[in-house]
Design a protein around this ligand. Structure first.
Ligand SMILES: Nc1ncnc2c1ncn2[C@@H]1O[C@H](COP(=O)(O)OP(=O)(O)OP(=O)(O)O)[C@@H](O)[C@H]1O
Length: 313
């Protein structure tokens, strides 16, 4: 184990941000932390990084106490620098040089700048980089110490789809090198695809720690059938009355049906055939991590009424 957290509590004045949580992370693991805004994810990793004092509990990182042994720990961990702490007058190249000077054997930053397509921007002030470029720069700075553990806090936000894919493949490469990654994300698809284990937080507590596939399997949630149809014979009421169907929704000509896995598909197809309904783009997909997350959080889609306005002019 490279990280052990026991009964951690973090408070801000009277407010409990992290509420008596315990978990451990294995070497080489990609450990994703997910949860709603304000659920305590960042506070948790900032305590592990030794950036915030804890109110109760203990933390061990690579055999060290993050708060007392901070200097020694920072030679072995990489922390994604938050963009707002970039020194305003520092250019990309200068910032890399400055951070490299903190370590005994830093990775040559120029090769990292080239790898992340930031080499041509090396003479730009870091604060003037685009949102996605800043994320890439903060990732580079985290890699400089040749870390054993990398802490990433929403590193994939602001990245364009290709850069996001690249970032995920870099995180996989880190795993291949035996490096542990703690990755906070709001992207359920990437948590599902990337993580070895997921830690789901809510209101400062851990609701579940498990693999994505176990979380999905245990949820027992129905899959989703979607198709398109302009056929007037179809109605939401009739879809809801199909055997094994739990819910049915319509958005224009698009229909979504949830029902008992393994049984609903046959009955929906029978319904469409028996009623001679024409349809296209028929898909049946199993439940995924996003379904599980929304279910656990008790998410209810807002009802969209015809002609309704979000604001009144
Ligand atoms: N420096 C601070 N001072 C006071 N309260 C804080 C501070 N930092 C965080 N909080 C509060 O602690 C709670 C947890 O915040 P935290 O940033 O850890 O959540 P999070 O899960 O990372 O949220 P997000 O997904 O929005 O980044 C929130 O209610 C937040 O307002």
């Amino acid at each position: 184990m490279v990280i052990e957290v026991e009964n951690l509590t973090k408070m801000y004045d009277e407010e409990v941000a992290v509420d008596n949580i315990s978990f451990s992370v294995n070497r080489g693991e990609i450990f994703c932390i997910i949860g709603p805004n304000g659920s305590g994810k960042t506070s948790t990793i900032e305590c592990i990084e030794g950036l915030r004092p804890v109110d109760a509990g203990s933390i061990n990182v690579l055999g060290l106490d993050p708060f007392k042994d901070r200097k020694k720990m920072y030679e072995q961990i990489g922390v994604q620098i938050q963009e707002h702490v970039f020194v305003s007058e520092a250019k990309v190249d200068e910032l890399c040089k400055l951070y490299s000077s903190f370590y005994t054997n830093p990775v040559p930053y120029k090769s990292l700048l080239k790898e992340f397509e930031l080499y041509d921007s090396r003479n730009i002030h870091a604060v003037n980089l685009s949102g996605g470029q800043k994320k890439k720069l903060s990732f580079i700075l985290a890699l400089l110490p040749r870390p054993k553990i990398v802490f990433l806090d929403e590193i994939t936000s602001f990245l364009d789809p290709a850069s996001r894919k690249d970032m995920l493949s870099y995180i996989r490469q880190l795993k291949g090198m035996g490096i542990t990654t703690i990755h906070i994300t709001h992207h359920m698809d990437e948590a599902q695809a990337l993580s070895d284990r997921i830690c789901l937080m809510k209101d400062g507590k851990i609701l579940s720690i498990d693999t994505a596939s176990n979380m999905i399997e245990k949820s027992n949630l129905p899959g989703l059938i979607t198709f398109e149809s302009d056929d007037e014979k179809i109605s939401i009421e009739s879809l809801k009355s199909i055997p094994f169907v739990i819910s049915a929704e319509q958005m224009g000509s698009k229909y979504s049906i949830r029902g008992k896995e393994g049984k609903t598909l046959r009955s929906v197809i029978d319904y469409l055939r028996d009623n001679d309904i024409s349809y296209s783009r028929f898909y049946d997909r199993p439940p995924n991590l996003e379904d599980v997350y929304l279910d656990i959080m008790g998410y209810d889609a807002p009802e969209i009424k015809e002609g309704a306005k979000i604001w009144i002019e």
